[in-house]
Design a protein around this ligand. Structure first.
Ligand code: DCP
Length: 703
């Protein structure tokens, strides 16, 4: 749903830059002999010459369109050069394009706050740069204005001398009587032209741009004059621009909302919305959307440029159109494994390069069942906390799929999956990793990490169409271990047995306990990608895998439910650590040692279960080693994970002085006092007494 944001009265300069026929340009840079030729990039699937996904401007002149297939494109333009998208794991590999997009962003980011909006689009807030230019070197004082600036299109500006538009544009840019907003936009235009030339020089890619006082208008304008041109939107031109702007072309109005405006209100252009009062729009579409619509009719948008250079999430997906639809679990699993491999690789490289981890894994699918052509809309997306490691992502993804499929085909209401009514086919599959967080530096508190996991969440409905693709703030913080992540995993502990097969058996081979199934459906969180990205999904589901009762699996119960259960049983004892203890067979203990060679105190959180029988801990420690070698056993005073095989223990140690005392606030009130005492100076060595509350609280042998 669109969100109305109030526009400030301050003058702003926002640019939206959009690469021209982006994939084609990337391929032409690889093969310079293709430059200037009609060229298109086609999908990996060669059916009818492959679907066109990017078309060069030379090819567009011949009537080649993205909706065509290669064969058709060759009919309208026999000399067209068709380049296949790179392929990996039987699907398009977009890494080259992603990396090319990153090159562009890194050039732009030198000049202002950038928001990477998609693989080839960037918003940049140039307000400060424009203000500085206006102060120091306003356009009217410039002897020379680059031709690229003079080629700008100025919306609403009536050119008197058609034969010399550059001279006319110069006049507009240099008007001494212009208002402050237009003067800033003129400076913005000079800066943007310079940035576009810089991008071309450094990356060999051309782009187009829109320059306006808000994101919405800048985006509209960037598409108006392509390729390699820029368009300025003075405030005075906004009404005229929106008057005839088709409603369905507006961002966020391409779908149901736009259709409803057309069919229910008879509105076909944005300007036509002006006929309706804010109240009327609110009555029809709700307060927020109503206000948003009222605003866009007037070109009002207060949305900030977010300051994000890295993607907000990672996704990997594939379509299986027509006869390629996946009709068996094993085929779905085959493809999910491939998608998860790609996702895992990208997550690992994000971790290595940017020190970021993703916290939520979401599975989306499109499917049909029986002869119901509308049913593809209803496959529920499913999410769970993300565990690092390809095998774990694959395992969780298939479980999420199973949960979605059960809901989709109304499993609990059907006697047999083999029945005619239960025939299904998957036409699109994707996995996405979201809730990217930069690993905090400075504090290595496990509790802090768990704190992040324990945000409240709500169950939200989501549609499979709303796949997350890009996006998230990041300021890489160097030199940090990912102990939080792995210690979390170690606490989650998975059974050695092939859980996936249990799931498969339980779901499709054996009778299922109806009541548990219902629980599962409730507990499986339906987090919309939008909610995830907006942070509106307040609580995350928690994976919990059946060990003793494989028939009752299904799932991915939500943390909300688990915590609810805990608190119901033991009111007041809802410790994060205890939560993990309760959900896994090993017992967690927390101890404070007034030790270590340097006289510092350490806090150990660990399992005291038998090492040899506890393959989970062992596995998790191994996985930690695989994931981040440097993070283990460092002797540099940083927190470390140790696995003392001989003593049959796995534990996490934290130096007290490195733990942010504020994390204590996250603990249950009844133990906060004691934990606070740990932070006091060492001259009080006996703060931990045998049988004291905290030790008792986490004790293995607690009755
Ligand atoms: N893309 C894709 N499938 C689509 C649409 C786009 O794979 N259905 C890819 C190929 C495009 C890139 O995304 O090159 C950027 O998409 P744009 O919509 O921005 O289109 P182009 O950059 O190709 O052309 P334009 O110059 O019109 O923006």
């Amino acid at each position: 749903m669109p969100v109305a944001t109030r526009e400030t009265s301050d003058a702003r300069v926002i640019a939206h830059l959009d690469m021209d026929c982006f994939y084609v340009q990337v391929e032409q840079r690889k093969q310079p002999n293709l430059r200037g030729l009609p060229t298109a990039v086609i999908q990996y699937n060669s059916y009818k010459g492959g679907a066109l996904i990017a078309v060069s401007y030379e090819a567009r002149k011949y009537g080649v369109k993205r909706s065509m297939r290669g064969d058709e494109a060759q009919e309208v333009c026999p000399q067209i050069q068709l380049v296949q998208v790179p392929v990996a794991r039987g699907k398009a590999d977009l890494n080259t394009y992603r990396n090319a997009g990153s090159e562009v962003v890194s050039v732009l980011a030198r000049k202002g706050r950038c928001e990477r909006a998609s693989i080839d689009e960037v918003y940049i807030d140039l307000t400060e740069a424009a203000e500085a230019m206006l102060k120091e070197a306003p356009p009217e004082n410039l002897d020379d204005i680059h031709e690229e600036v003079l080629k700008s299109h100025v919306l609403g500006f009536i050119v008197e001398d058609e034969n010399d538009t550059k001279k006319e544009v110069r006049k507009w840019l240099c008007r001494s009587d212009a208002d402050y907003h237009d003067k800033l936009l003129a400076c913005g235009a000079i800066i943007v032209a310079d940035l576009r030339m810089q991008v071309l020089k450094e990356t060999e890619f051309s782009c187009s741009a829109g320059i306006a006082h808000n994101k919405m208008l800048a985006k509209l304008a960037s598409a108006m004059n392509k390729p390699a041109q820029q368009t300025i939107v003075p405030r005075s031109s906004v009404k005229g621009l929106l008057e005839s702007f088709p409603i369905k072309k507006m961002k966020q109005l391409g779908g149901k909302l736009g259709s409803s405006l057309q069919s229910d209100l008879g509105v076909n252009t944005v300007g036509e919305l002006l006929k309706f009062s804010e109240e009327k729009l609110q009555q029809r579409y709700g307060i927020n959307t109503g206000t948003w619509l009222w605003n866009i009719a007037r070109g009002i948008s207060g949305e900030e440029v977010e300051g994000r250079l890295l993607p907000k999430s990672h996704g990997s997906g594939k379509n299986f159109p027509g006869p390629q639809a996946l009709k068996t679990i094993s085929l779905v699993q085959h493809w999910l494994n491939r998608l998860c491999e790609e996702l895992s690789e990208r997550l690992q490289s994000d971790l290595d390069q940017n020190k970021r981890i993703a916290r939520t894994l979401t599975l989306h699918a499109r499917a049909y069942k029986g002869g119901d052509s509308d049913s593809h809309k209803n496959f529920p997306s499913k999410s769970c906390p993300l565990r690092y490691g390809t095998a774990k992502i694959q395992e969780d993804a298939i479980n999420l799929f199973q949960a979605g499929l059960r809901e989709y085909i109304g499993f609990y209401n059907n006697k047999s999956l083999g029945s005619q009514s239960n025939r299904w086919g998957i036409t699109s599959l994707s996995v996405a990793a979201s809730k990217m967080v930069t690993i905090p530096s400075g504090t290595h508190s496990i509790v802090k990490y768990f704190g992040g996991q324990l945000q409240p969440s709500s169950s939200l409905k989501q549609t499979p169409e709303s796949v997350i693709h890009e996006a998230a703030p990041s300021s890489p913080s160097g030199g940090e271990s990912c102990l939080g992540l792995n210690s979390y995993e170690s606490q989650l502990g998975y059974p050695e047995e092939d859980t996936r097969m249990k799931y498969l058996r339980a779901s499709f081979g054996q009778q299922v306990d109806q009541s548990k199934g219902d629980d599962l459906t409730e507990e499986s969180s339906l987090l919309s990608p939008q909610a995830i990205e907006n942070g509106t999904a307040e609580k995350e589901p928690q994976p919990s895998f059946p060990v003793e009762e494989p028939r009752h699996i299904h799932a991915v119960p939500t943390l909300k439910t688990v915590v609810k259960k805990n608190t119901a049983k033991e009111k007041g004892n809802c410790s994060i650590l205890k939560f993990f203890k309760n959900h896994h067979d090993h017992c967690t203990s927390v101890k404070q040692h007034a030790t270590n060679g340097q006289g510092g105190k350490t806090l150990s959180i660990g399992s005291e279960s038998n090492y040899h029988s506890d393959s989970t801990i062992n596995n998790q420690v191994e996985s930690l080693k695989e994931t981040n070698h440097e993070a283990i056993g460092t002797d540099n005073g940083e927190s470390s994970a140790s696995h003392e095989a001989g003593e049959g223990r796995a534990s996490w140690s934290y130096r007290m002085e490195e733990i942010d005392p504020s994390v204590v606030d996250e603990l249950p009130p009844e133990i906060q006092l004691e934990v606070r005492a740990w932070f006091r100076p060492l001259k009080r060595p006996n703060v931990v007494k045998r049988g004291s509350i905290i030790t008792h609280y986490f004790s293995t042998n607690k009755d």
